[in-house]
Design a protein around this ligand. Sequence first.
Ligand SMILES: [Zn+2]
Length: 255
Amino acid sequence: MASDRTPHSFPTFENAEDERRHRKQRLAAAFRLFGQFGFDEGVAGHITARDPERLDHFWVNPLGMNFKQIRVRDRILVNHEGEVVDGNWPVNRAAFVIHSQVHAARPDVIAAAHAHSVYGKTWSSLRRPLDPLTQDACAFYGDHAVFDNFTGVVLDLEEGKRIAHALGDNKAAILANHGLLTVGQSVDEAAWWFITMERTCQAQLLAEAAGTPVLIDAEQAELTAAQVGHRSSGWYSFQPLYDWITAQQPDLLED
Ligand SMILES: [Zn+2]
């Protein structure tokens, strides 16, 4: 019997209002997934989505609201000066400082994700890029940076600029002694890169604890990077997670 579900295809929008609603839905779902995977640590962590009309504004999670309880209607909109212009909860200063500078430096970036997940922050203390140890790790081959200048909680815009500069054209950065940062041309893509990068850190930590892993050679790593590391692969990989979390927790879509 044929499935009553339709395959996923990249969305297009008639107007900015529809596109905004879509981004907010994806954001709420991404937070629920981050919560489900245990990426939250107190009030740390943020995912942002650029507004489709006001391009220097972004939607973000309210400071202090549990990832596992965020709904579409809870999103706050922050302007380029760090003021909340839609919503009545405060914004995390570090979220504004890091994400505003990343969004400003990278016009192609629609969404950015950062959290203090355990394997990401553990790996970040080594201040090394990830190696191509697995097929999945190749998504980051030649496409992530290490920002090795830890100076405490990021509260200064200049520090945000340095992080954006270190990120460069890459899809991800390892913030030393802090955690992971990923970006994408959709919320789906940024969230997926974060999820798979966290697991890639876990895999390398496990492999190095167990022995001396053998790297995928450069030619194969490059080929695989073009396959699993393409932005359409990032977007597509998020779709089954979105379907699952919205089926499990439909209240996340309350607007
Ligand atoms: Zn942080």
